[in-house]
Design a protein around this ligand. Structure first.
Ligand SMILES: CC(=O)N[C@H]1[C@@H](OP(=O)(O)OP(=O)(O)OC[C@H]2O[C@@H](n3ccc(=O)[nH]c3=O)[C@H](O)[C@@H]2O)O[C@H](CO)[C@@H](O)[C@@H]1O[C@H](C)C(=O)N[C@@H](C)C(=O)N[C@H](CCC(=O)O)C(=O)O
Ligand SMILES: Nc1ncnc2c1ncn2[C@@H]1O[C@H](COP(=O)(O)OP(=O)(O)OP(=O)(O)O)[C@@H](O)[C@H]1O
Ligand SMILES: N[C@H](CCC[C@H](N)C(=O)O)C(=O)O
Ligand SMILES: [Mg+2]
Length: 486
């Protein structure tokens, strides 16, 4: 069995015992393992140390507060920041990581950008993966439960990928992950910033704390010799670029804004894609993208910039752009009605993302734009009416439905969304809502089904019912075509 001494994992305790593994959950600790008793939002992990010891934990890692709560018996490692110590210990425990790692932060676009970076690598024959909300994808695959997995899982995945020959990884850095130092054991080559808007205030409390969490990526995780790729069209972009420069990092700026290193000059929207003209450090290029939505063009350019920051020639990265395919559940064309009218599935689950997705679809729609929208339970309540309002403002018709009510009353969540969209139709059952929206589609119309993207289930009162927006869109179209044939 593999064992490592605490000191070889960068941890100091009165006795340098060997451990057989790492765990953050007392309920899952195995014999001989190190139990990290972390200060949490609901409880201090030290409260569960006795349970961990009973299950055979060989040592406990905690902070000063936690140490004061422990009974004697098991060796204790006291760290100023036990989450950071755990991240570094996990990196040492698992050892290997892909040689080249790029991380992307931002409220929206992380999954899209990381998947595009992986596709660019793939096109050049590089064994690359993207790791985040949609799992580990590319040259090696695995499911993930979180956008940025906690460090033990993260380093296990990275070491397994590296062992399978993966040399490049693009991963999503969530604000929770950055705040909880899940990425602190990574060796990054480059980092990207897409944008900043309202999300996760239930966790971070204030906009300032949310932004500060994101900035840890440049202030702490990306080393001084790393390259920062920053979207300066976002109001926070220049601040991010300044933080990166302050750290000594090279900065590559992107956007339509004057002075951007990679500057978008013009876009022409087509039914199933768009052509973009841009200036890359003095050279003008024009490429056709098979992607819908102006922000997907921004994501694609960010991906090319990151691939370049990770060592690829700019020309090679640009050449890969026309071959990029949509990411599952992100502005994905799900189904088309025989008489015309298209259904797009998108993961927009914040007020800003709903507005952005609808605004992005507008130039692709010759007729009406219809939105199916809902908000999740046990998440930021304040965003609900704002999501309703965004839908009402940017669509011609809105249907309010359920999206993972979790432990809450679904009708109460819908009522909060409806506050922002008073004229909307209320259809709690999501399959029926998609069917109703699909029935409203005429030639040239576009339906956006927002909120679930790639998700495979609808979580209601502790049960996850199988549910897939893309599949439901096809089912709705098939049912309506059959009814039309009579
Ligand atoms: C809100 C949040 O991020 N919580 C994370 C945090 O838990 P916490 O601090 O709230 O934990 P707690 O319940 O107070 O418990 C304190 C400690 O005691 C431990 N414990 C608890 C109970 C017990 O019986 N035994 C035990 O050992 C817990 O494992 C924890 O270490 O620290 C834990 C250990 O590192 C994480 O597993 C946990 O992630 C949970 C699973 C989670 O759901 N996180 C989500 C919200 C998340 O991280 N999402 C982001 C962003 C997604 C997005 O962008 O949309 C993501 O990257 O996925
Ligand atoms: N660059 C962008 N600017 C604004 N909105 C975007 C951008 N990219 C994607 N979006 C919108 O945000 C939604 C989420 O996109 P994506 O999954 O790529 O982001 P994410 O940052 O990974 O989200 P999450 O935090 O949930 O993991 C998309 O469905 C789309 O509506
Ligand atoms: N990872 C995010 C996505 C939520 C997407 C939406 N479908 C919802 O359930 O609110 C969260 O858990 O807040
Ligand atoms: Mg994501």
């Amino acid at each position: 069995m593999k064992t490592r001494t605490l000191s070889s994992l960068g941890l100091t305790a009165p006795s340098d015992v060997a451990v057989t593994g790492l765990s953050v959950d007392s309920r899952k600790v195995g014999p001989g393992e190190l139990f990290a008793a972390l200060p949490g939002s609901a409880a201090h992990g030290a409260r569960f140390a006795a349970m961990a010891a009973e299950r055979g934990a060989a040592a406990i890692l905690t902070d000063r507060e936690g140490a004061g709560m422990l009974l004697e018996g098991v060796p204790v490692v006291v760290a100023e920041d036990p989450r950071e110590a755990l991240a570094r210990a996990a990196a040492l425990w698992f050892g290997a990581q892909p040689e080249v790692i790029a991380a992307v932060t931002g409220t929206n676009g992380k999954s899209s950008v990381t998947a595009f970076v992986r596709q660019i690598w793939e096109g050049r024959g590089i064994a690359g993966i993207n790791l985040g909300t949609t799992g580990v994808e590319g040259a090696w695959t695995a499911p993930t439960a979180h956008t940025t997995p906690e460090p033990i899982t993260l380093h296990r995945l990275l070491s397994e990928a590296a062992a399978a020959g993966v040399t490049h990884c693009a991963l999503e850095a969530s604000s929770h992950g950055l705040d909880q130092r899940r990425l602190d054991g990574l060796r990054l080559r480059a980092a990207g910033f897409t944008n900043f808007s309202r999300d996760h205030l239930d966790y971070h409390g204030t906009f300032e704390a949310y932004f500060a969490a994101k900035m840890h990526l440049f202030e702490r995780v990306l080393p001084e010799d790393g390259i920062a790729c920053v979207n300066i069209d976002d109001p926070k972009g220049l601040e991010v670029a300044a933080i990166a420069r302050e750290r000594g990092q090279d900065v590559l700026t992107l956007g339509a804004t004057e002075g951007a290193d990679v500057r978008l000059l013009a876009t022409r929207f087509e039914e199933d894609g768009q052509s973009v003209r841009f200036d890359w450090r003095g050279g003008v290029h024009q490429v056709r993208l098979g992607l819908v939505g102006d922000f997907q063009a921004a994501n694609a350019l960010m991906a090319a910039a990151l691939a370049h920051a990770c060592g690829m020639e700019a020309g090679e990265a640009i050449e890969a752009l026309p071959r990029l395919g949509t990411v599952r559940g992100r502005m994905q064309l799900a189904a088309v009605r025989a008489r015309g009218g298209a259904i797009f599935v998108d993961y927009a689950h914040t007020p800003d993302a709903v507005a952005t997705a609808l605004r992005a679809l507008r130039p692709h729609a010759m007729g009406r734009l219809i939105a199916v929208v809902g908000a999740g339970g046990d998440r930021d309540r304040a965003k609900r009416p704002l999501m309703g309002r965004a839908a009402a403002e940017h669509a011609d018709a809105v249907i309010v439905t359920d999206d993972n009510p979790r432990s809450e009353d679904p009708a109460a969540i819908r009522a909060a969304v409806l506050e922002g969209a008073p004229g909307a139709l209320e259809v709690g059952d999501r399959a029926e809502a998609i069917l109703r929206g699909t029935a409203m589609l005429g030639p040239g119309d576009v339906l956006l089904v927002a909120g679930k993207g790639h998700e495979a289930g609808q979580e209601v009162a502790g049960t996850v019912h199988p549910f897939d927006d893309v599949e439901q869109a096809s089912i709705a179209v098939a049912a309506l075509e059959e009814a039309a044939r009579g």
